[in-house]
Design a binder for this molecule. Structure first.
Ligand code: PMP
Length: 781
């Protein structure tokens, strides 16, 4: 209970202790202290506080010191200033009506009033979040020995309320509270010691924040719950106490959180615990109110407390499920500039707005987060990523994310100014390649790099014909589309492009059991060049992983022979490392390297920035010299500092985490497991690849009774099982495993995970694939 000085006694303390003469006094409500507003005749106002005797001196000294600290760090924060006593002290000690000694303090008066939460606009709630964060930030460097003060309302000590739960009379409500305390002990308490902690206000509730008529925060009062605790608790209290009693509490929480993180971003652990901490605060309110109601049955403050609102908010949280609320709050912490995930009708909106933008799967996968080899949907369902090569060092790798964020904060310009990053990246790339490849051009996509390579090849050779493999993919632009038979429309065949069969030793014209089969494939380059006629061979583009051609892994002799013939024909060889590069082959950074050839140009892209767009063309400078000097080769975003920071971080991580060797080792393990599956599943005809670029070819036996099978060459019963490949891919998706299918017939399962993929992940894939193949065994093709 607050002290009960008479007005006359209070007046005397003011006069004797503070030299304040003949003011007008207005009593103000207070839970612990007796408070008066002091109005001076000149219009000046003060707050006069006679403290609860339970508050001891060190704590009052801490509050005064904190107010001074806040004033120094963030003078704009509307907190009270301590008015010293006539003797220059923080307080005077006076005997009270009951004979005990009381401490009386004087402060500047803050305008505004306590406002009902239902009167707060979303903007006001946002501002409340912001001011809470500013206060936390202002107290960051504050220390006081009394800060270990234990308070009942400290949510980190929720377990201590357990004995009070018996005061919650309503059985189901008590059971709910017990559940929440149990959960808190299991998943919150162990994490608390690792959170950022400092002296915090501890009670940024509606009672302690004053608003002006314009609903701007005009004052933060009552530092009586200040203690050393995790910083995020201030936000949890604000969310719980300001929003309970509002029908839109969960949505309004977005605004509170948004305001907070606009000043003080939360760490992932803090964001993940916020929902639990809010629930803990609400349970504290329900429990303490029930207990005090029993202790002080006549105290109207408890009878009329905000506790019904706390119960309603708790029910809303428990009704939605704590994990769903946690996800909701975590999303709010990220403050991304688009609508919250899982808005209704997203698929239809996408189809209308982006009609030609392809989506995987019958039921497209909706992804919101990635971590290492895992991708997560809005409900936190995890998918094992066995498909994506862009996140080569793993989804959301912290070193790459950090490099991008830091560089974006510092500088993001184009490359026509001097900058370290672009030069360092170019030098690092060159150092990984044969010395003759000495000129680097930085662009934004594999298509752009291949397109540029094509311009350079034409300029350098004076010729205009190209050779590519029969189902190659090299890009989206006009020039690179022409080099991409995989995407040609029916009957489309650019006159300047000739194709060669890809070196398929399993189902192609030359099989692996024929001596010199790979070289025989390479010999087709001569025929193709001949077909170009007078145009002449400017360049041959080869993806050494033959990813669009069905993931083929010919022996090194293939590329060696292809390079020899290309050179003899006077053409240039472009190694397209967009898919197979960056260590995927498991022995070298670049997949052409095992063959010992020296391409004239090397193109790298997709994985280069682990998701941040960047691509490069590295070319021999005597080749580049074919482009007239007056022609500027410049792409606005190419080699910008942010992209370069990403690419450098990727190279660092590949090196530091030993990802090339890991890809080799895990890839071999996975291929072994797949070969074992092939023994049991006749649908698997072939398992091939290098490192973590693996193709699993699905085939069916020819069946003479089936129309179409008759054109299979005699004795060859390897029919592409494209339908089955598609269904296996779909079945794996249902099991939470993402792969794809590729090849001219779409019957080759494509396994191309981030290089952080480990044996345990390979085991998950093998098990799921085994199940999918078993359950599809009886199906028709
Ligand atoms: N070359 C190869 C081998 C590719 O796989 C791709 C993309 N799939 C490209 C070039 C084109 O790259 P981008 O999509 O970045 O333009």
């Amino acid at each position: 209970m607050p002290p009960a000085f008479s007005e006359a006694a209070a007046r005397q303390v003011l006069r004797d202790g503070f030299g304040v003469e003949s003011p007008s006094l207005t009593p103000l409500a207070g839970e612990r202290d007796q408070n008066f507003r002091v109005d001076m005749t000149g219009g000046q106002r003060f707050l006069f506080k006679i403290s609860n005797p339970a508050d001891d001196r060190p704590i009052l000294a801490m509050q005064a010191a904190a107010l001074r600290h806040i004033e120094r760090v963030d003078p704009g924060l509307p907190v009270m200033r301590v008015v010293p006593t006539a003797a220059g002290e923080l307080w005077v000690e006076v005997p009270g009506p009951d004979g005990r000694v009381y401490l009386a303090r004087l402060f500047t008066f803050l305008p505004g009033q306590v406002t009902a939460n239902t009167a707060l606009t979303i903007e006001a709630i946002w501002a409340h979040g912001q001011i809470t964060a500013r206060l936390g930030r202002a107290l960051r460097g504050f220390f006081h020995p009394a800060a270990d003060y234990e308070i009942l309302w400290d949510i980190t000590r929720l377990s201590r309320l357990r004995p009070l739960l018996t005061h919650v009379c309503d059985g189901p409500r008590r059971a709910q509270a017990e559940r929440i305390v149990d959960r808190f002990e299991a998943r919150v308490a162990p994490a608390l010691p690792g959170l950022r902690a400092q002296v915090i206000h501890g009670d940024m509730s509606l009672d302690n924040v004053l608003y002006g008529d314009d609903l701007r925060v005009s004052g933060i009062v009552d530092f009586g719950d200040m203690t050393h605790a995790p910083l995020v608790c201030d936000l949890a209290v604000a969310v719980a106490d300001v929003l309970h009693g509002r029908d839109d509490a969960l949505e309004a929480a977005d605004a509170m959180i948004g305001g907070y993180v606009s000043v003080m971003p939360l760490e992932d652990e803090e964001a993940g615990l916020l929902a639990d901490l809010v629930a803990a605060r609400l349970v504290t309110e329900v429990t303490v109110t029930a207990w005090r109601r029993g202790l002080y049955p006549d105290n109207v403050a408890y009878a009329a407390s905000g506790e019904p609102g706390a119960r309603a908010f708790l029910d809303a949280i428990e009704g939605m499920g704590i994990d769903a609320v946690a996800r909701h709050f975590r999303e709010a912490c990220h403050q991304l500039p688009y609508r919250r995930s899982a808005t209704p009708g997203l698929l239809e909106r996408r189809r209308r707005a982006l009609p030609r933008s392809p989506l995987f799967y019958d039921h497209p996968v909706h992804l919101v987060r990635g971590e290492g080899v895992w991708l997560l949907d809005p409900d936190d369902r995890r998918y094992l990523d066995c498909y994506n090569n862009v996140p080569v060092v793993g989804h959301s790798h912290p070193r790459v994310a950090w490099a991008v964020a830091q560089q974006q904060r510092l500088l993001a310009t184009h490359s026509r100014y001097l900058h370290e990053a672009i030069v360092e990246l170019a030098e690092r790339l060159k150092a990984t390649l044969p010395p003759a490849l000495d000129a680097v051009l930085l662009v934004n996509s594999g298509s752009e790099a291949n397109d540029l390579a094509w311009r350079i090849a034409r300029a350098a050779t004076g010729r205009s014909g190209a050779v590519v493999t029969a189902c190659a993919y090299h890009g989206l632009t006009e020039a690179t589309h022409a080099l991409s038979p995989e995407e040609w429309g029916k009957g489309e065949r650019p006159a300047h492009v000739a194709t060669i069969p890809a070196p398929d030793g399993y189902r192609g014209a030359y099989r692996r059991d024929i001596a010199g089969w790979a070289e025989r494939y390479a010999a087709h380059i001569d025929d193709a060049a001949g077909a170009l006629g007078g145009r002449g061979l400017a360049a041959i583009y080869l993806d050494p992983g033959f990813t669009a051609d069905g993931i083929l892994a010919p022996p090194p002799a293939y590329l060696a022979e292809a390079a020899r013939r290309t050179r003899a024909l006077g053409g240039l060889l472009v190694a397209d490392e967009v898919q197979a590069g960056h260590g995927r082959c498991g022995t070298h950074l670049w997949s052409f390297q095992p063959s010992g050839i020296e391409p004239d140009m090397v193109v790298t892209g997709k994985p280069m920035g682990n998701g941040f767009p960047i691509a490069a063309l590295v070319v021999k400078s005597d080749v580049l010299a074919g482009v007239p000097g007056e022609t500027e080769l410049f792409s606005t975003f190419g080699g910008n500092p942010v992209a370069c920071a990403a690419a450098l971080a990727v190279l660092d991580v590949i090196e530091d985490e030993g990802l090339v060797a890991s890809a080799g080792e895990v890839g071999a393990y996975l291929r072994q497991g797949l070969a074992a599956l092939a023994e049991r599943h006749p649908l698997i005809g072939d398992v091939r690849g290098e490192g973590l670029l693996i193709g699993v070819e699905l085939i069916e036996e020819a069946d003479a009774s089936r129309p179409g099978d008759s054109d299979v060459s005699a004795g060859d019963n390897r029919l592409p099982a494209a339908g089955r490949a598609r269904r296996v891919t779909e079945a794996l998706r249902e099991q939470g495993i993402l792969i794809s299918a590729t090849g001219p017939d779409g019957n080759v399962l494509k396994i191309r995970p981030p290089l952080v993929f480990q044996r345990e992940h390979a085991d998950l894939l093998l098990q799921a694939l085994d199940d999918a193949l078993t359950s599809s065994a009886g199906e028709t093709p």
